[in-house]
Design a protein around this ligand. Sequence first.
Ligand code: SF4
Length: 413
Amino acid sequence: MKDPATQEITKASQKVGNSTEDLKVFKACNREWWGAVSEEDWNDWRWQLKNRIQRLSQLESFVSQLSEEERNGALLSGSKLALGITPHFATLMDPSDSACPIRRQVVPNIEETQTSSWEMADPCGEDSHSPVSGIVHRYPDRVLFLVTDRCASYCRYCTRSRLVSNASGYDFHPNLDRQLDYIRKTPQIRDVLLSGGDPLLLSDSKLEFLLKELRSIPHVEFVRIGSRIPIFLPQRITESFCEMLRKFHPLFISIHCNHPAELTLEVKLALTRLADAGVPLGNQSVLLKGVNDDVDVMKVLIHKLLMCRVRPYYLYQCDLIAGSSHLRTSVRKGLEIMDQLRGHTTGYGIPQYVIDAPGGGGKVPVNPEYILSHNDERLVIRNFEGKIFEYPEIPDTCSEKKSCQNISEAELV
Ligand code: SF4
């Protein structure tokens, strides 16, 4: 017997709309274009992968009104970051609107060839913090473990686009034995984040092998997986896969969802399965122009995530990846959105807004200003309504603060 979520999915498909009210609804994806595909094939993640949109001709037959910028972008994508869109995710695109927030994330655009002087191929300085190929060791007690360069679909703003899809010839070949060996020999590593590419593209048996190996290392306390698969390819989250994950707790998964329309009924079912398998779920969003740089859209996104038992975790300022300026918003806009969330909705749902400091400085939290002044005697603070309050300070616990004006040029990285 089908579970209730599956029954909901098999209801008539609905087209994704754009009004805020419409975005609140969990809809089944609209399979009209793939109407001839059997239910069995559609729900098979390997069929979804095999039938991805990867060429301009496929994209054009699906998106009737492709803009010149998109067409030219798709022509050039083979030498920068590949074009790849799963049928599931493609059903969420509006074929008649190039400003569609789903389309902006995965359809290449010629603007990707414009690089500003601030932008970099490796904005987070990962290659310079890599003791072994495929391991990024930037923070003392944890590492990034890159297991593949493949993703189900390719995000046009991907911070690792130098590597993923191998379109620009980076030629990443993970050597799992060497990577595991580094972790075994480095006792300060207590937390491992599997990433890539997308680790959930590995077969169940390969992922099981990796998790088993990591769990056998006494100093590894905690394993996380970063994945956009539940969003791009929810069919991958099968019951047997979730059963396998159960054996490796504590195991956390960070998903990556940027817009409420991505949270379909199929995605909700996948997230329910993961949560039911005891996997704590967090979400990382990237703030993107024309996608989620709007407080109402962001609010619907975080509410829907909470309903899927996913805690909104980080909101990233878009990294300075080469060719991403058309998707980047101002930090001012990000702060404005955060200011309109805090106090205005469930605190548990409010992500931490961060900038990954260019060149490898790590994540830096950025927050709207709530402390208006602070001295040995008191703090003056404001609340979400702009009301001002005082709070007494305990003088002997005050640490000396350095004002921005005192930072010398030499201290700037
Ligand atoms: S899924 Fe993640 S790694 Fe893959 S292209 Fe998107 S952002 Fe990059």
